[in-house]
Every structure is written in structure tokens, then in C-alpha cells.
Design a protein around this ligand. Structure first.
Ligand SMILES: [Zn+2]
Length: 324
């Protein structure tokens, strides 16, 4: 099974740059502040609340991300790990408020990430923001996002129970009209109504997580009927106690109900996970068959923003492996 998972040409489409900072870079940089194997990186660790998680993430990552060059250094290591796992397409988002914290323009961060992309990987760069940023002092920046070269799209993340500002819908529609992909974290810490809000109010076709849609069959059906994709992160969901275990994860039920689901790692800095481990844990702990893992990998290529020939080649390779 491990060889099969390695051989699958994979995609990763829900990955936060700051949350993917390779911990070994921190250890090498400031060994006293970042000891080997901190408790939160054990697979058995459970974050008690979202704010606890956010604090650990920000305390670890923000001291590092002080310049665009640091994004470059982190992404070089992060992308090399993708190539080693036969991941060939990545969508990753950086946290828009960092542009304000470090006084660096977003396009410089995008260029720094872009310059770290190795030859064998296709990368699309997103920026993510908090729901409250739409009405805060980042709004003038948000109003310019359609002009940023190399920006593939936008994402809403952070504490999900914050209200979604009504003007978000207009901004998201305008960015889509400018050719950007729009995403939204929903159905992770809040219930299925937030998934409906993301689909109906914000018009997104890409939900980050979405797993709590399972609590309302009408919303599962809505997502399936509208061709919405859920970019699901099973190990993250367990670590944050969104679901009790991989075995009980609703991924299979969502897929069986016709929702296109992909699998990603979310924040490997916090969960010490890799994409290979996500697939492996689905196989070992939730008894995912080869056919189900093949479907997950195919789903990633179906939504990937790549040339048709690249998509066809990857899917043909997956089909050959499935039949082999
Ligand atoms: Zn996320």
C-alpha cells in the first residue's frame, strides 16, 4: 500500500504557508526556543480549542516570517518535501495580515514563494484572510488583490464563528470576475449552516474542510448538486477534535454522497503530518481501498488549475496504477 500511495501522482490543495513552515528550520535557527519534538507535534496531541491552536501556530511561525526571503527559504524546503512524496500540484495560501505585520507588499511575498518552486511541481499561490479583515484596515489592500500578478485566488480562514461580513460576497464575486479562485473555510469549527453560507452567499466552489456538512443531508446534497469541492484534512480534523478519529471521519460518506473531496495536510507545522501520512492513515485506520484513494487523487487533478494535457496525463497515470 505504501508503494502504491507513493506512486500515485498527488495534489495538495489546502495548505497554509505559515502553517507548513518546516519545524527543522526553526530548530536549526533557534534551538533553545524550538526544542526537538515539542508535545504539540506528537500524533496523539489534541488542541483543546481553536484559540489554543492558533496561539501555538502563531508563536511558532510568526517569529520566522519577517521578510519575503524567509517565505522563500521555508517554501524551498516545503516544496522539496512535496516532490519527494510525488506531489505534483500544490495550492498554498499565505496569511494576508502578515503583509501588514512585516510591511512587505503581497506581490513580493508571492514572487519569493514563486522563486522557490522546483521544476517538477506546479504551484498556485493564494492569500488567506480573517473574516474580520474584510471590514478592517486591510480592506484597501483587499480592494487591490485583483491586480496582484501571480495570485491564483483568495481564502477566508481563522476563527469560523466570527460573522461573515455581508460585503465579503461582493468582494468574492469581483475577484472571481477578475479570474481569481475563491475559497472559504467552513464546516470545521462551526456547523453545516456555514457551508451553506459559503456556497450560497459567497458563491464559492471550493470549501476548505466542509466536513461538518455531514450533520445536514440537505447541505451535503447542495454541495454535490453544485459541484462544490471539499478540500479535507483528516489528521488536522482529529488533532483539533473536529472528529474523534480517522476511522470515524466523514470523508467516505461525503464522497459516497457525491461530494468531490480532496485530501491535504492543512498545517504540517502543527500536526507533523505529510500528505503520504494522510493517505496511509486513511488506508490503515479507515480501511480506505485502493479505489477510494485513487478517487481522492483523481479529485485533486479534476480541480487543479493545470493545462488539460497535464491533467489528462496525471489521471491516465492514476488509472494505470488503479488497474495494475
Ligand atoms: Zn485550513
Amino acid at each position: 500500500m505504501r508503494d502504491f500511495i507513493q506512486a500515485l501522482p498527488k495534489t495538495e490543495t489546502h495548505l497554509h504557508v505559515e502553517g507548513a513552515l518546516p519545524y527543522e528550520l526553526l530548530e536549526a535557527w533557534r534551538p533553545r526556543d524550538y526544542p526537538p519534538n515539542p508535545p504539540f507535534r506528537a500524533r496523539s496531541y489534541r488542541y483543546q480549542t481553536f484559540p489554543d491552536f492558533e496561539k501555538i501556530l502563531l508563536d511558532a511561525a510568526l517569529p520566522w516570517f519577517t521578510t519575503p526571503e524567509r517565505y522563500h527559504e521555508a517554501c524551498k524546503v516545503m516544496f522539496a518535501k512535496h516532490v519527494a512524496q510525488n506531489v505534483r500540484y500544490v495550492e498554498t495560501s499565505f496569511h494576508l495580515p502578515v503583509t501588514k505585520f512585516i510591511n512587505a507588499p503581497g506581490p513580493e511575498i508571492i514572487a519569493a514563494i514563486r522563486a522557490a518552486v522546483p521544476a517538477r511541481l506546479e504551484v498556485r499561490i493564494f492569500t488567506g484572510m480573517l473574516r474580520s479583515d474584510l471590514t478592517g484596515d486591510l480592506r484597501p489592500t483587499i480592494n487591490q488583490l485583483h491586480t496582484w500578478d501571480g495570485l491564483a485566488g483568495v481564502d477566508l480562514h481563522g476563527f469560523e464563528k466570527q460573522p461573515t461580513a455581508i460585503e465579503t460576497a461582493e468582494v468574492w464575486a469581483r475577484l472571481r470576475a477578475a479570474g481569481k479562485v475563491t475559497k472559504c473555510h467552513a464546516g470545521e469549527f462551526d456547523g453545516p449552516a456555514r457551508v451553506r453560507e459559503a456556497i450560497e452567499l459567497l458563491g464559492v466552489k471550493r470549501i476548505q474542510h466542509g466536513v461538518r456538512a455531514i450533520e445536514d443531508p440537505t447541505i451535503v446534497k447542495l454541495a454535490a448538486d453544485r459541484g462544490v469541492t471539499f478540500d479535507v484534512c483528516p489528521i488536522s480534523n482529529v488533532g483539533l477534535k473536529v472528529v474523534p478519529s480517522i476511522r470515524e471521519h466523514p470523508l467516505r460518506r461525503l464522497m459516497q454522497a457525491g461530494v468531490r473531496c480532496t485530501v491535504s495536510t492543512d498545517d504540517p507545522l502543527c500536526f507533523a503530518n505529510s500528505l503520504t501520512e494522510e493517505y496511509t492513515s486513511l488506508a490503515l485506520e479507515a480501511n480506505f481501498t485502493r479505489a477510494e484513494l485513487v478517487q481522492v487523487a483523481r479529485n485533486g487533478w479534476e480541480v487543479a488549475d493545470v493545462a488539460p494535457a497535464v491533467r489528462d496525463t496525471a489521471i491516465a497515470e492514476i488509472t494505470r496504477l488503479a488497474n495494475g
